[in-house]
Design a protein around this ligand. Sequence first.
Ligand code: AMP
Ligand code: MG
Length: 348
Amino acid sequence: MYKTLRLIAVLALVAVWAIVIRMWTTRQTLPPSAPAVTSGQSGTRLVMGTFANVTAVARDQDTITRAVTAAHDELDAVDDMMSDYKPDSELTLVNREAFDRPVPVSEPLFEVLQASLEYSIISEGAFDVTIGPVVQLWRDMQKQNSRPTDQQLAEARQKVGYRHLILDAENRTVRFARPGMKLDLGAIAKGYAIDRAIDAMKAAGAAGGLVDVGGDIRCFGLSPKLTNTWRIGLDDPDGDGDILLVLNLTDIAVATSGDYRRFVVIDDQRFSHIINPSTTASARDLTSVTIIAPTAMQADALATVVSVMGHEKGLALIESVDNTEAILIPAADPALFIKTKGADDYIR
Ligand code: AMP
Ligand code: MG
């Protein structure tokens, strides 16, 4: 009896101590004069063919409104520039004219194209923004509910190749070395837009914020709970709405690619929207690829890279990139997580 009482007393003491430590660590994350910090959300808006949500934390409602508006303005601006669906986007102009003449482009578009070529090089061509003709072929065939023939795929492949994309940094122009080439920034523009939105929120004076575009996310500063950690749930690819796992993120980005997010359906068969440029087949090895990286552009591009490279080569590549982690789910065994060595540091 005495032993049981003593055990209860010790447990109670430990619990109180844990609460005190928790309160103390929470207080440590607050800015010097904390009381007026508050948070607000934008509500869901459509951008880049998916849903965007912005959360801002600031001392007053005006700053929150300014930060959220600035973030959405940036997302819209990048969409207007880099969409291959919009007939008047800068990207569409490049796609139309860059074989006939070097097309002068804006700094943001040039920056994203330069980054894209770097991802092509480190991934040995698994990432390729000139994949447009093949992506377009799969989209067209979906409308007709038939699979592209080998000949159609071979023809489209003739028009693909990052080595035929000529960027002139001095004159900031883009040129295609082959006819019929077509850029597709679907694997990287979303991440770039999120980074720009985060910068805009900081400039607007937010103490913290999170930008979520279709599940690709970057956060900074204080969360609505007034700690420096944002807790982000990752969806279960099986589509039942469950949260697979929770990530604790501080000033960092996370992006997920996978055949469960976007895909093409032909004859009731699902094909990933991610294409292996060397075979023109849709990527198959991984159901879900989640990348944690310092910027959303890095996370977005690398998630697509690893989807194409498959788990062995992809995991080795991410292990070699500083401050970057991967959590993969193989198609062959959806109950399995394959992780880089440091990934557990982010998992609750
Ligand atoms: P994400 O969801 O970020 O993996 O991007 C997928 C999108 O990137 C696709 O819908 C295509 O528009 C484009 N894409 C497909 N395959 C590739 C590839 N191998 N390299 C670059 N972009 C690709
Ligand atoms: Mg991507």
